[in-house]
Design a protein around this ligand. Sequence first.
Ligand SMILES: NC(=O)c1ccc[n+]([C@@H]2O[C@H](COP(=O)([O-])OP(=O)(O)OC[C@H]3O[C@@H](n4cnc5c(N)ncnc54)[C@H](OP(=O)(O)O)[C@@H]3O)[C@@H](O)[C@H]2O)c1
Length: 289
Amino acid sequence: MAPQTTALTDESTGTLTLGGELEVRRLGFGAMQITGDGIWGPPEDHDESIATLRRAVDLGINLIDTADSYGPDISEELIAEALHPYPEDLVIATKGGLTRTGPGQWPRDARPEHLREACEGSLRRLRVDRIDLYQLHSPDPKVPIEESVGTLKELQEEGKVRLIGVSNVSTAELETAREIVSVVSVQNRFNLEDRASEDVLARCEELGLAFIPWYPLAAGALADPGGPVSEIAEVHGATAPEIALAWLLARSEVMLPIPGTSSVEHLEDDIAAAEIELSDDELAQLNAG
Ligand SMILES: NC(=O)c1ccc[n+]([C@@H]2O[C@H](COP(=O)([O-])OP(=O)(O)OC[C@H]3O[C@@H](n4cnc5c(N)ncnc54)[C@H](OP(=O)(O)O)[C@@H]3O)[C@@H](O)[C@H]2O)c1
C-alpha cells in the first residue's frame, strides 16, 4: 500500500500574507492542467480533475491559481463545480489578459474593455462576488501597461477584485504597475532550469511581494540520470518534481510555487515535497545549476 500523504501545515510550507490580508501556505495548486490537451476543452477524465481539486484542498492547499483562458473557461468552471461553496480560507487567484484561438494558442489582449469582460466572466464562472486575487496574465505590447493595470485598479475600486497581481513582467513593468496600484504578487516562469527572473524575484523579496513561479517542476538536464536532481531524489526516496519544488521552497521566503497536475497521484507527490529538507550541500549543488 502506498504511504499516506501528509497534509500541508503552516509549519511545513511556511505562509505568506498576500497584501497584508490573505494568509496562504507557500505551496499552491495550478489549475491549468485540469483541462484538455493544449489547455483546450474539457479534460479527458472529468472525475479525476474534480477529485484532484478536492484532494488538493483536503491536503491543506489554500491557494488555487487559474485563468479565464485555461480551457478557456473550463478550469474556472471545474473549480466551482468541485469546491463551491468555497472553504473560508481558500484563496482563488485568477487572471485575465489572454485570449484563445485554438489549442496551444494564447494571443494577448489586455485592452481595458477585454479585461472588464474577462473579469465579469471569471466572477460568473467562479460564482463569487469578488475575486480574491486578480492577475494581469501578461502585458500586451499593443496596450500601455498603465492602461491594463489602471483597469484592474478600477475593478478593485468597484469591489469586483480584492487584491491585484501581475504576471510575466520585467522589473521595469512591475515598477510601472506599482506606481498605479498596490501589487501583491508576481507570477513569472521560474524553475531549476530557467532562472531568468532572478532580478524580479529579488525585487519581490525587497518589497515583500509573493513570487509565484510557474512551470515550477521543470529541471531540464539537471534531472538527467546521474545529474544532481536525480541523485538528490534518490537520497531522499523522492521524485525529481519533488526535489524541484523543495528547492523552490528553500530558495526564498516569498516563493509560492503552484505545481499543476490532472492526477491525484501526482498531486500527492507534489505535496510531499513540503516534507523534504534539503541539506546545505544539496542546495549548493542545485543552486550551482
Ligand atoms: N502566468 C502564466 O503565464 C502561466 C503559464 C503557465 C502556467 N501557469 C500556472 O502555473 C501552473 C503550473 O505550471 P505548469 O503546469 O506549466 O507546470 P508544472 O506544474 O511545472 O508542470 C506540470 C506538468 O507536470 C506534470 N506533473 C505534475 N506533477 C507531477 C509529478 N508529481 N510527477 C510527474 N509529473 C508531474 C503534469 O502532468 P500530469 O497532469 O500528468 O500530472 C504536467 O504535465 C499552471 O497550472 C498555471 O496555474 C501560469
